[in-house]
Design a protein around this ligand. Structure first.
Ligand code: 1QQ
Length: 399
C-alpha cells in the first residue's frame, strides 16, 4: 500500500517534471508529500555543543505539533538534527528542502543561520528562526523571518538591570566567543550599552565556543578588579566560564546573554549560576489565552516546571507557520486544496502569509516587518536563583 502510493507519487512527479521542465527541486507538487499532512521542517541543535538548546526547542515543537493538530490544513512536523555546526545544519536544510517541506523552522544558532538560510532563500522556502538573535538575520533574504527578537533590543536590558542592582559599578569586563556569530553580535551590543552609560570596558576577552578552560583569561581579568562581568557565549563554554570566574574568587554581578537562556546551564555552572542576570523575550507570568494554553500543555508534559524561553519561541515559530497555512487554506476558492498547488507556489504564498500575519502567541502578540524581523512588545530580565542542592533552580523575573 505504502509502496504503491509512493510509486504513483513519483509517476505524478515525473510527469509534472516532464511537462514543466522543472529541476529536481521544484518538480514535486506538495501533494506528493502531503499524504499525512503538509510537511513543516524543523532543524534544531540536538547534538554538538549547543544540544541543550535543541532539547528545549524540541519540547516546544512537539507541544505545538500536538496543540495545533486538529485543524485544516493537516500538517506534520519533520524534525531533523541540525547539530551545532554549519555542515550538519546544511545537510538537514538540504534534505528538507528537497523533501518538499513547505517551510523550515531553524536552525538553532545564528552561526548556522548565516550559512544555511541563503540555501533556503534561493530555493524559495520560508524560514522562521526560532532562536537566531544576531543582528542581520532577517536581512539574509526575502524568505527569512524570525520570532526571536534581536540582541539589539534585548541585551541592553540586562546591563540596565545590573546598574539598578549596583549603581556603583565602574569597571566592566567583557567576554565573548569570537568564533560564534550570535556571541560576537551580542557582545557588540553589550559594549555599546556599557559605553552609553560611561562604562568603557576595562578588558574585552575573546574565547572559543569549544574552550573549557578559561583560567588564564579569568586570572588576567580579575587582576584588573572588575565590578561587573558581561558574557556572550553558548551554554557549555558560558557555563564553564561562569564557574571558573566564581571559583577564582569573583563576587560581583555577572550578566550573561541569550546563549545561556536555558535551565540546562544548571548542571554546568551549578551553584555558581546563582545571581546571573539575563534578559529574556518570554515570560511565563504573562497573562494571555495563548500563554495559558502553552503553559497548561507544558505542565502536563513536563510536570510543573516553568518553560524556558527557547521552548516558548520554538512553539511560537510552529504556531506562526500553522496559522499562516490556515489563512491560506481559508482563502482558497471552494473545492481547491493547498496540497494541489505546486510546491514552489505554495512556499511563496506561505512566505507572504507568514510575513503578513498577526499572531497571539506565548511571547505575546507578534507580527513581522516586511523584512521578516519580529515585532514584539515585551521583554524581561531574570536572575538565576539556584536551590541549596546546587543542581536545580529557576529564572526569577525581576520587577
Ligand atoms: C543565536 C542565539 C543562540 C544563543 C540561540 C541558542 O541567540 O545563535 O542567535
Amino acid at each position: 500500500m505504502h509502496h504503491s502510493l509512493l510509486g504513483r507519487g513519483w509517476l505524478v512527479a515525473s510527469l509534472y517534471a516532464l511537462l514543466c521542465g522543472c529541476t529536481s527541486t521544484d518538480k514535486e507538487s506538495a501533494a506528493l508529500n502531503s499524504k499525512d499532512g503538509l510537511p513543516i521542517g524543523a532543524v534544531i541543535a540536538l547534538t554538538g555543543n549547543s544540544s541543550v538548546v535543541g532539547q528545549d526547542q524540541r519540547i516546544g515543537l512537539e507541544l505545538a505539533r500536538d496543540q495545533f493538530k486538529d485543524e485544516e490544513p493537516k500538517v506534520r512536523l519533520l524534525l531533523e538534527d541540525g547539530g551545532s555546526d554549519e555542515q550538519t545544519a546544511t545537510n538537514a536544510f538540504r534534505a528538507l528542502i528537497h523533501g518538499g517541506a513547505v517551510a523550515l523552522i531553524g536552525p538553532s544558532l545564528s552561526q548556522q543561520a548565516f550559512a544555511v538560510n541563503p540555501l533556503a532563500d534561493r530555493a524559495g522556502v520560508p524560514v522562521v528562526g526560532p532562536s537566531n538573535t544576531a543582528v542581520g538575520i532577517p536581512e539574509i533574504g526575502d524568505f527569512v523571518a524570525r520570532v526571536s527578537a534581536p540582541v539589539s533590543l534585548v541585551a541592553p536590558l540586562s546591563i540596565q538591570a545590573a546598574l539598578k542592582q549596583n549603581p556603583a559599578i565602574k569597571r566592566a569586563a567583557v567576554f565573548f566567543s569570537h568564533d560564534d556569530a550570535y556571541s560576537t553580535s551580542e557582545s557588540k551590543i553589550f559594549q555599546q550599552a556599557l559605553v552609553a552609560r560611561g562604562l568603557q570596558p576595562i578588558t574585552v576577552q575573546r574565547t572559543n565556543v569549544s574552550d573549557t578552560d578559561f583560567q588564564n583569561q579569568v586570572t588576567a581579568t580579575l587582576r584588573l578588579k572588575p565590578d561587573l562581568i558581561v558574557i556572550s557565549a553558548l551554554p557549555n563554554d558560558g557555563g564553564n566560564l561562569v564557574r571558573q570566574i566564581r571559583e577564582l574568587g569573583y563576587g560581583g554581578l555577572i550578566v550573561v546573554g541569550n546563549g545561556m537562556n536555558t535551565p540546562n546551564i544548571y548542571p554546568i555552572c551549578q551553584k555558581y549560576c546563582d545571581g546571573l542576570l539575563i534578559a529574556q523575550a518570554y515570560s511565563a507570568e504573562a497573562r494571555s489565552a495563548s500563554n495559558e494554553a502553552f503553559l497548561a500543555a507544558y505542565r502536563k508534559a513536563r510536570g510543573g516546571a516553568i518553560p524556558p524561553q527557547f521552548t516558548a519561541q520554538s512553539y511560537t515559530a510552529y504556531q506562526v507557520v500553522v496559522e499562516a497555512l490556515r489563512k491560506l487554506h481559508a482563502d482558497l476558492p471552494a473545492g481547491q486544496i493547498l496540497s494541489a498547488l505546486p510546491t514552489r507556489e505554495l512556499r511563496q504564498r506561505l512566505n507572504a502569509a507568514i510575513l503578513g500575519g498577526s499572531y497571539d502567541t506565548p511571547l505575546g502578540p507578534i507580527r513581522f516587518t516586511p523584512e521578516g524581523e519580529v515585532i514584539q512588545n515585551n521583554f524581561y530580565v531574570a536572575q538565576v536563583r539556584m536551590n541549596p542542592d546546587g543542581r536545580s533552580g529557576r529564572f526569577q523575573l525581576l520587577p
